[in-house]
Design a protein around this ligand. Structure first.
Ligand SMILES: NC(=O)c1ccc[n+]([C@@H]2O[C@H](COP(=O)([O-])OP(=O)(O)OC[C@H]3O[C@@H](n4cnc5c(N)ncnc54)[C@H](OP(=O)(O)O)[C@@H]3O)[C@@H](O)[C@H]2O)c1
Length: 311
C-alpha cells in the first residue's frame, strides 16, 4: 500500500510517500481502508522528534491520528463491526497511523461515521471535536448563560469549540485573525476579537467564567488570559501551560485528550442531527503531506485540512 512515513525525525522533508507493507489485523483489531486522515499539529511535533519521550514511535513511522474509512477486514474475536461499515476513530499516538491506504485499529476505539457528510470530511471530527468537548464540558463544566473566551478559535479545535459552547447556551467570545473571522462568526461566536490587532484583555469589558486556550502564546499572555477569569472560574489549555490563581479560586487545567469511542459516537450523531458542522478548509492528496506540514510550519493552515489516499 502507499503510505506517508518518516525514517528519521526532522523537518517536513523527512516525510516520504512510499510503499509500505499493508498491515494485518491482529486479534481484536479491525483493518480500515482509509478514506481520509486529517492534519493535527501533534503530527508535526512527533515528526520533528519533539515528543520522543512521551510518544516513542518506532521508525519508520506512519503519522495520522484521525481516521475515517471503511472496515476492510476483521481480526479474530471482533464481533462489533462488519466488513463494509463506515467508521471513524481517534488513534493512539505511538502505533502506525492513518496517513496510508490502510490502518489497523483496536475495534473498541472506533465509532460509526456520521452518515450526512462525505466520509472523507468525517476524518476532521475525532481528535478536534473530542478535544473541544472534553475541554468545555468535562474540564470547564460550561453552563448556559456563562461567558467563555476561546483563544485560538480559528483552528481545528476552535471551530468545534465555538459550536459546542454556543450549543451549551454560553456567550461565546472568540479570538480569530481576519482570515478566520467569517467562519468563526458563522459557527456561532457572539463576539470576535482580532488577536492580530488587540489582546483579549483590551477588548473585554467584563470577566468570563471560563477561558479555553488553544494557541501557543507567551507565558505573560497566558497569565493575562487567566486574569480575565472571574473568581471561582477556570482556564483550560491545550497549548501553553496555564497557572491558576488560588487566591481567587481560579483553576488551571492542562488537558490531555483521551480516547472515548462512546463520546465520539455522540459527536457523530450531533453532526447527523444538524447540531454540529464539520468545516474542512482544504483537502490534499496523501502524497502532499510534506506540503501540508510545511504550510503548518509557516502558520498558513486554517481550520481542518484533510489528506486523502489515491484510489
Ligand atoms: N493536549 C491535548 O490533548 C491537545 C489536543 C488537541 C490539540 N492540542 C493542541 O491545541 C492547539 C490547537 O489545536 P488545533 O488543532 O486547533 O490547532 P490549529 O488548527 O493550528 O489552530 C490554532 C489556531 O490558533 C490561532 N492562533 C495562532 N496564534 C494565535 C494567537 N497568538 N492568539 C490567538 N489565536 C492564535 C490560529 O487561527 P487564526 O490565525 O486563523 O485565527 C490557528 O489556526 C495545538 O497546539 C495542538 O497541538 C492539544
Amino acid at each position: 500500500m502507499k503510505a506517508i512515513r518518516f525514517h528519521e525525525y526532522g523537518d517536513p522533508g523527512a516525510l516520504r510517500y512510499e510503499d509500505a507493507e499493508r498491515p494485518e489485523p491482529a486479534e481484536g483489531e479491525v483493518l480500515v481502508e482509509v478514506a481520509a486522515t486529517s492534519f493535527n499539529p501533534v503530527d508535526a511535533a512527533i515528526r520533528a522528534g519533539y515528543l520522543q519521550q512521551i510518544f516513542p514511535v518506532s521508525l519508520p513511522h506512519i503519522p495520522g491520528i484521525d481516521v475515517a474509512g471503511t472496515v476492510a477486514a476483521l481480526g479474530a474475536g471482533v464481533t462489533r463491526w462488519s466488513v463494509g461499515e463506515k467508521v471513524i476513530g481517534f488513534l493512539p499516538m505511538v502505533p502506525d497511523g492513518a496517513a496510508a491506504e490502510f490502518v489497523t485499529v483496536a475495534s473498541e476505539i472506533l465509532a460509526p461515521a456520521p452518515t450526512t457528510t462525505p466520509l472523507t470530511h468525517a476524518a476532521a471530527l475525532p481528535a478536534a471535536a473530542q478535544t473541544a468537548w472534553q475541554a468545555l464540558m468535562e474540564h470547564a463544566d460550561l453552563r448556559a448563560g456563562q461567558r467563555v473566551l476561546i483563544n485560538g478559535a480559528g483552528g481545528g479545535v476552535g471551530g468545534f469549540a465555538v459550536q459546542l459552547a454556543k450549543r451549551a447556551g454560553a456567550f461565546v467570545i472568540a479570538t480569530a485573525a481576519p482570515r478566520s473571522a467569517g467562519t468563526v462568526r458563522a459557527q456561532g461566536a457572539d463576539q470576535i476579537i482580532d488577536y492580530t490587532s488587540a489582546g483579549p484583555a483590551d477588548a473585554l469589558t467584563e470577566p468570563v467564567e471560563a477561558v479555553l486556550n488553544l494557541a501557543m502564546v507567551t507565558e505573560s499572555e497566558m497569565a493575562a488570559l487567566t486574569g480575565l477569569v472571574r473568581d471561582g472560574g477556570v482556564v483550560v489549555t491545550t497549548a501553553t501551560p496555564a497557572v491558576g490563581d488560588a487566591d481567587r479560586g481560579v483553576r488551571a487545567v492542562g488537558m490531555q485528550l483521551r480516547t472515548d469511542a462512546g463520546q465520539l459516537e455522540k459527536l457523530a450523531k450531533m453532526v447527523d442531527a444538524g447540531e454540529l458542522s464539520i468545516d474542512v478548509s482544504a483537502s490534499y492528496p496523501l502524497s502532499a503531506a510534506e506540503s501540508v506540514h510545511e504550510l503548518s510550519a509557516a502558520g498558513r493552515i486554517r481550520g481542518k485540512v484533510l489528506l486523502i489516499p489515491a484510489r
